[in-house]
Design a protein around this ligand. Structure first.
Ligand code: C2E
Ligand code: MG
Ligand code: MG
Length: 575
């Protein structure tokens, strides 16, 4: 008589599950505890309810499944979380009669853990811990569906770190990875709703939203999904916060770096109805931000597609043009603001395209920088400038040193100084005849390498000038730290200096500060006599601009120098 019961119990005790015969109110009629699960210690049909073993929050899902099993007369399953989230169980409810069902309760914690780990492997970026591309695409599709349903919109921000490649290449991937991780952490903080409330920059109509997401798409490319009542405002606020957050330098192995973001933005649904279009256009807008001088933000607009195409053919054409010899150097004189004499010049690259005519360096230099073509192009510029200097020297033309522009990217090369010096030596000119113009973004990468390369140039007798001063970070500490000789005040400050008191004050302050630091000051873009007069009065040494001459071909420049003094030049110095 006891035999069959023992057999059943033996079998039951070998199962990993708890089994209970219950009614549709969850009252336990009979039961057996399985081998592993100790969820229900007293499954002895003493009138306890299954609900007694479940946390309150799980009652309704359980009862719902139970009702469904009864109403459909089909097994129903429900997953429940018990023991304060530590244990996941699955309850399978199999109807047996009009009033009874069998509940099979199984511990699935391990399975869930394994799934979570697999999810992590498949969907989490191992460097930053952020969602990866695959997970992001899934969430993007979900967000699109929600936006469609509710008639709402959201924004995607494609965030690319400017010149990250340089850090990665010169300092190694482990530093690069550490940097990406810190950047990710800082950016994540910019999205936290609680921080939004605290931020003065956040307009009142920006609804903090817990659904904002950030992911790493690969390389130094991040993407942010922003929901909000007024999406454009949210985007601007977040972009502002990201820029601010990245301004504080990162420190690794005794070095410090600043990384800046270029951000391209698309809005769903207005900028694209599918994932591919959205991402492509976010990319286009990001490139627009980069060519607008980096560290900035651009919203996508339809005209950009044309310029993305243009960029593509530019890149192909540039490769061809270097070997086809379509480039030429023009020369723009620099003039002493005291005497009005030409006492220097800047070599500026010109591209005469066989089909498209003249193409501005402002357009093709950024493309050359991004694609690495700047290495060949830059080398050509320096060689050509040195050859020209040599020729003028042989012709007995005297006018002071010649400046060449060298992009920050060119300083990635270990042998940048060597290449420049070789061009000088090969042409038999003195290094003092050459000035290298660099921009602030080079100095922001406070790498020992860049420093060493600049010092090598300076030690050999080449002067260094900081170009476009005032448009970047304009950090005074950089000026002090690097071996500079001259500072060029950016054209944008000179432009309306005679109409705008603030600009005038900035110019005067830059000049005063530079002279205290022992730097020569050159003003760019002088077009009017009033600007020249103000700058001369403020103590600016040298000027460059259409007032004196546009950039011109070598032979015209030669004629100009020979015809000195300039007609439109400054009044004769009285001192
Ligand atoms: P930059 O080095 O700041 O050169 C000065 C720019 O201002 C030149 O533009 C020049 O033509 C323009 N400019 C000079 N005076 C005036 C003026 O009075 N009014 C106005 N409106 N503009 C004036 P450009 O030649 O178009 O060159 C643009 C930029 O392209 C340069 O800015 C420089 O950053 C870059 N670039 C030019 N040549 C080279 C090169 O050989 N190598 C590299 N890496 N960059 C170059
Ligand atoms: Mg320049
Ligand atoms: Mg400039």
């Amino acid at each position: 008589m006891t035999e069959p019961i023992n057999t059943a119990e033996m079998i039951l005790s070998a199962l990993p599950d708890d089994l209970a015969l219950i009614d549709y109110d969850g009252l336990i009629r009979d039961g057996a505890r399985g081998g592993k699960l100790t969820l229900m210690p007293r499954l002895d049909g003493d009138g306890t309810r299954i609900l007694d073993y479940l946390p309150e929050s799980q009652h309704e899902p359980f009862l719902e499944a139970l009702r469904s099993a009864r109403d459909t007369n089909e097994p129903a399953s429900v997953e429940l979380i018990v023991e304060r989230g530590r244990v996941h169980i699955e309850a399978r409810l199999v109807p047996q009669s009009e009033d009874l069902a069998v509940a099979i309760v199984r511990d699935i914690t391990e399975r869930r853990k394994t799934e979570a780990r697999m999810h992590e492997l498949a969907y989490v970026d191992s460097v930053t811990g952020l969602p990866n591309r695959a997970l992001f695409l899934r969430e993007l599709r979900r967000s699109m569906a929600v936006a469609d349903r509710n008639g709402t919109m959201f924004a995607l921000l494609n965030v690319d770190l400017d010149r990250f490649k340089r850090i990665n290449d010169s300092l190694g991937h482990s530093v690069g990875d550490a940097l990406l991780k810190s950047v990710a952490q800082r950016m994540e903080r910019c999205l936290r709703p609680s921080d939004f409330v605290a931020s003065a920059a956040a307009p009142a109509n920006v609804a903090p939203n817990a659904n904002n997401r950030i992911a790493r798409l690969g390389g130094d490319e991040f993407i942010i999904l922003l929901n909000g009542v007024n999406v454009r405002d949210v985007v601007e606020t977040v972009a502002y916060r990201i820029r601010e957050a990245l301004l504080t330098p990162f420190h690794y192995q005794g070095r410090q770096f600043v990384v800046t973001p270029s951000i391209g933005v698309v809005i769903y649904p207005q900028d694209g109805a599918d994932v591919d279009t959205l991402l492509m256009r976010a990319d286009t807008a990001m490139y627009k931000a980069k060519s607008a001088g980096r560290n900035t933000l651009r919203f996508y607009d339809v005209d950009m597609d044309a310029s993305a195409l243009e960029r593509l053919w530019l890149e192909e054409d540039l490769r061809r043009a270097i070997s086809a010899g379509e480039f030429e150097l023009y020369y723009q004189p620099k003039v002493s603001l005291r005497t009005g004499q030409i006492n220097g010049a800047e070599a500026l690259l010109r591209w005469q395209h066989p089909e498209h005519g003249f193409i501005s360096p402002a357009k093709f230099i950024p493309v050359a920088e991004e694609t690495g073509l700047i290495f060949d192009l830059g080398q050509w510029v320096v060689r050509r400038a040195c050859q020209q200097l040599r020729q003028w020297q042989d012709d007995g033309l005297e006018f002071g040193p010649l400046s060449v522009n060298v992009s920050a990217e060119q300083f990635e090369r270990v042998d940048v100084a060597e290449q420049i010096l070789r061009a000088v030596w090969e042409n038999g000119i003195v290094p003092q005849k050459l000035v290298v113009e660099i921009t602030e973004n080079l100095l922001m990468q406070d790498g020992a390498d860049v420093h060493a390369r600049l010092r090598a140039l300076r030690a050999a007798g080449i002067s260094l000038a900081m170009d476009d001063f005032g448009t970047g970070f304009s950090s005074l500490s950089y000026l002090q730290k690097f071996p500079l000789d001259a500072l060029k005040i950016d054209r944008s400050f000179v432009m309306d200096l005679h109409h705008d008191e603030k600009r005038a004050a900035i110019c005067a302050a830059i000049i005063a500060m530079a002279s205290k630091l022992g730097l020569r000051v050159v003003a760019e873009g002088i077009e009017e006599e009033a600007q020249r007069a103000f700058l001369a009065e403020a103590g600016c040494d040298q000027g460059q601009g259409y007032l004196f001459s546009r950039p011109i071909p070598a032979d015209e420049f030669e004629a100009l120098v020979r015809s000195q003094p300039l007609v439109s030049a400054a009044p004769q110095a009285t001192s």
